[in-house]
Design a binder for this molecule. Structure first.
Ligand SMILES: *Cc1c(COP(=O)(O)O)cnc(C)c1O
Length: 344
């Protein structure tokens, strides 16, 4: 097996990163800061934020039972995904493997970074076989993307298959757990020390109700996180976001209540969908959304738009013909959706 250092692109390995004023002096003892050309007025937003978000990371580490050095924070999970390509994939030479269908950003980031993207179709249950997936990998495969619960299919991937990939893939395994809070399956965060090439992605955008603040988390070995820190923009997470995220960490009760409510509402909405004349099949879900196969997805999508209700049309996505992806909203919002569909 290659080491993390061997997996890292040569130019990144030898890069001398930009050193910001806050990197060079990060102690707390000083009281006069004349080093960063900041304006002394308009506190507290006049100051550059902590480039490594140390206070916030300490609090997240305690919550997630990991070490602060195992956490990367970025401008959404999307920043971590992009940085993984930039750190580990040589453009035009190397490739990544992913399940299909899945979250669209992996493929977009591959395209932006000029890295070959190898999608491997899921089966009819939207599950994958580790062996089939790994058949598409070769010595140039640096990243392998799994998403569980998967978007847009909604289901958890089988744990034994994920483990088999972790044991056999020679590059880095990126496991996107954006929706894990809505699932009964345990997170792979607790397996980080067992699998040194595992990267787990989580986000403040879904269960935490904070899509607007743009805060994504990547969890991995200290060695992998150090590579991401080396190439990120110096002040990639602004002070307002760091501050608001810390406030949210003290609102765990609210988040737990939202998740519980959304899971209960999910079961309710899915049962009501199953009784609609226009429904062919409701796929099981471990997330805060579900996929539904309809008699005429595009017609129904356009009809709903006309009624001021927007769902996600997945008709053109592989294995999702005539499917819409429906996010669970509040009870009144879900009622409006069902009512509109009863009149279709
Ligand atoms: C919504 C979502 C995310 C979150 O992305 P952010 O950039 O953190 O908002 C990540 N992965 C998947 C699969 C998602 O559906």
């Amino acid at each position: 097996m290659k080491s993390i250092e061997q997996l890292t692109r040569a130019n990144i390995r030898s890069l001398k990163p930009y050193s910001s004023a806050r990197d060079e002096y990060s102690g707390l003892a000083a009281s006069v800061f004349l080093d960063a050309n900041e304006n002394p007025y308009n506190k507290p937003n006049n100051r550059y934020p902590d480039p490594l978000q140390q206070t916030l990371k300490k609090e997240i580490a305690a919550l997630k039972s990991v070490r602060p050095g195992q956490i990367f924070l970025g401008n959404g999970s999307d920043e971590a995904i992009d940085l993984l390509f930039r750190a580990f994939c040589q453009p035009q030479e190397e490739n990544v493997v992913a399940i299909e269908p899945t979250y669209g950003m992996y493929k977009v980031c591959a395209g932006i970074n000029d890295v070959e993207y190898r999608p491997v179709l899921l089966d009819e249950q939207y599950q994958f076989s580790a062996d089939a997936l790994l058949e598409h990998a070769d010595a140039q495969s640096k990243l392998l993307f799994l998403c569980s619960p998967n978007n847009p299919t909604g289901n958890d991937l089988r744990r034994e298959e994920i483990i088999r990939v972790l044991e056999r893939f020679e590059g880095l395994v990126v496991l996107d757990e954006a929706y894990n809070d809505f699932s009964d399956a345990p997170s792979f965060l607790l397996e980080l020390d067992r699998y040194p090439r595992l990267i787990v992605l989580q986000t403040f955008s879904k269960a935490w109700g904070c899509a607007a603040i743009r805060l994504g988390m990547a969890f991995a070995s200290e060695e992998i996180i150090a590579v991401l820190n080396k190439i990120k923009y110096p002040y990639n997470v602004n002070r307002l976001t760091q501050e608001y995220a810390r406030q949210m960490l003290h609102r765990r009760g609210d988040v737990e209540r939202w998740v519980k409510q959304l899971k209960a509402e999910r079961e309710e909405v899915m049962q009501r969908f199953a009784r609609l004349k226009c429904t062919v099949h409701v796929y099981p879900s471990d997330a805060n959304f579900f996929l539904v196969h309809l008699t005429d997805a595009v017609g129904i999508y356009n009809y709903l738009v006309g009624a001021g209700i927007i769902v996600r049309n997945r008709h053109h996505v592989a294995l999702c013909g005539n499917c819409l992806r429906v996010t669970i909203g509040t009870r009144p919002e879900n009622d409006r959706l069902i009512e509109a569909l009863q009149n279709w």
